[in-house]
Design a protein around this ligand. Structure first.
Ligand SMILES: Nc1ncnc2c1ncn2[C@@H]1O[C@H](COP(=O)(O)OP(=O)(O)OP(=O)(O)O)[C@@H](O)[C@H]1O
Ligand SMILES: [Mg+2]
Length: 319
């Protein structure tokens, strides 16, 4: 079941026009239009971790801001939980971590979360329990009494994540949740997101850190210059992308290998085994057939896939 749907969603930003006179000098800047989002059609299913990926300026934040009702679409429509954007009941079921959150930094960690709890109308006792639970979840129990201005970038990001979970939302929107985090922090956020899926929540997050998305996303969408380039399960997007095969043979002699050597990328002999790298499926099949006919044995065959990173680069290259 789709819990987030967009149809033909587009956003054109128009820069302000400046038209001023300084004495005899007239300065005029005409409004420049940026098509930040161009006809986006997306369906996100209940309970999935969905990654919105793309390089800087691709339109990820714009998409999330429209879904959150912070910006209005220039055209197209979107629904969350089957309701048009802006539905209050739906809003109470949503959590949101903005890209560069600005929080009241004079509040202590627990006060900050408590404040959000009040905004959601959670009663005092429940709020206290929730604040404690979330501080522990994001590893900030020790910093509960420190004002946010004393938080590091990573701590800020984590308290932001806790804030997004204060109302126990069904759908969580996270704009670059891993930004500003070191590798350990990134892993913690990944685990946290996986934990949310376990609880049946839907997670919609944006990232340009592809390797993070690769490890946890059920599906991804790749956005480039406001346009959707591809969407699907990572395994599907990458399935056509086996770039080379590593063949390990034993009980074959050098004469056999020499028959193929010119067409192979690499040939290495080690401890009685031949490691071959082939760039073609046909060649791989032919070598394995011939080797087994000659009494050789296939010790291992490993298709090497493109990483998401490679796929991403090949997708956006030349655009
Ligand atoms: N308020 C705005 N006014 C004018 N142009 C804007 C505004 N916000 C974004 N843009 C432009 O829209 C395009 C998409 O921006 P957006 O912030 O959605 O990208 P993004 O994918 O989130 O990038 P990043 O990875 O850097 O966060 C960019 O070209 C950006 O300059
Ligand atoms: Mg952004």
């Amino acid at each position: 079941m789709a819990v987030i749907e967009t149809q033909g969603l587009s956003k054109v930003y128009v820069r302000d026009v400046i038209d001023t006179e300084y004495g005899r000098l007239r300065i005029r800047l005409t409004g420049r239009k940026t098509v930040a989002l161009d006809n986006l059609n997306l369906d996100v299913n209940k309970g999935e971790i969905f990654g919105l990926l793309g390089p800087n300026g691709a339109g990820k934040t714009t998409t999330i801001k429209i879904l959150m009702g912070i910006h209005f679409a220039s055209s197209g429509t979107a629904k969350i939980m089957g309701k048009p954007l802006g539905d209050r009941a739906v809003k109470s079921r949503i959590g949101f971590l903005p890209e560069n959150p600005y929080f009241y930094d004079y509040l202590k960690g627990w006060e900050f979360l408590d404040f959000y709890g009040q905004l959601y109308g959670i009663d005092k006792r429940k709020r206290r329990a929730k604040v404690e639970e979330l501080l522990a979840l994001v590893g900030l129990t020790h910093a509960a009494n420190i004002p946010l201005r004393g938080y590091s970038k990573g701590m800020n990001q984590r308290i932001g994540l806790a804030q997004a979970l204060m109302n126990d939302p069904d759908i969580v929107f996270l704009d670059e949740p891993q930004s500003g985090l070191d590798p350990l922090g990134r892993k913690e956020v990944r685990d946290l997101i996986l934990g949310l899926r376990k609880q049946g929540k839907t997670v919609f997050f944006s990232s340009h850190i592809l390797s993070d998305a690769e490890m946890i996303c059920d599906r991804v969408a790749i956005l480039f210059k406001g346009k959707l380039r591809s969407v699907g399960r990572l395994s599907e997007l990458l399935s056509s992308s086996v770039t080379e095969w590593e063949i390990v043979l034993r009980d074959v002699d050098e004469r056999f290998i020499n028959r193929w050597r010119d067409r192979l990328e690499r040939v290495v002999e080690s401890e009685g085994e031949w490691w071959l790298i082939s760039k073609s499926q046909d060649l791989t099949d032919a070598i394995i057939d011939a080797a087994t006919r000659d009494g050789g044995k296939l010790s291992a065959l490993t298709p090497r896939r493109q990483s998401l990173e490679d796929y991403f680069i090949s997708e956006v290259k030349g655009s």
